[in-house]
Write a protein that binds this ligand. Structure first.
Ligand SMILES: [Zn+2]
Length: 138
């Protein structure tokens, strides 16, 4: 369940994490199991870019992934916030980020701002279209 705003159906927000594009989680035999999932730790950021979003490969859904330090707020509409480098790593259990409240509050705030700006832009477009008809103005 992501972030939602009352009365807004076209946006649902969540935390997204980034890993190196070519990296695929591969549990090793005998690795720890947490919450029923084999634990895989993201390698250090040597190489860095290009990146991909965690969850974009099927294999991402088969492990608990620890050591995530690059995150952003994301939205169903495709919007992404600026990426944030974390001092304290986050973990991912298939299909959801573990909650780290301090970070999540800031990302949530960025997402709310995105939704509100989007709504303001739509309103401006609606008003422009209305004016463009040349008909009555309300
Ligand atoms: Zn959105």
């Amino acid at each position: 369940m992501g972030w939602q705003l009352e009365g807004v159906v076209s946006h649902e927000g969540y935390v997204v994490a980034y890993v190196n594009r070519d990296w695929v989680p591969a549990p090793v035999k005998g690795c720890p199991i947490v919450g029923g999932w084999p634990v895989v730790v993201v390698p250090s950021r040597a190489g860095g870019f290009p990146l991909r979003e965690l969850g974009s490969r099927v294999e991402d859904g088969e492990s608990r992934i620890e050591g995530l330090t690059l995150v952003a707020a994301g939205c169903d509409c495709g919007w992404r916030s600026t990426r944030v480098q974390l001092a304290q790593a986050m973990a991912w259990s298939p299909a959801r980020m573990e909650r780290v409240e301090a970070v999540e509050a800031a990302l949530h705030a960025a997402w709310v701002e995105h939704v509100e700006q989007g709504s303001a832009q739509r309103l401006a477009v609606d008003m422009a279209l209305e004016r463009g008809t040349g008909g009555e103005r309300r």
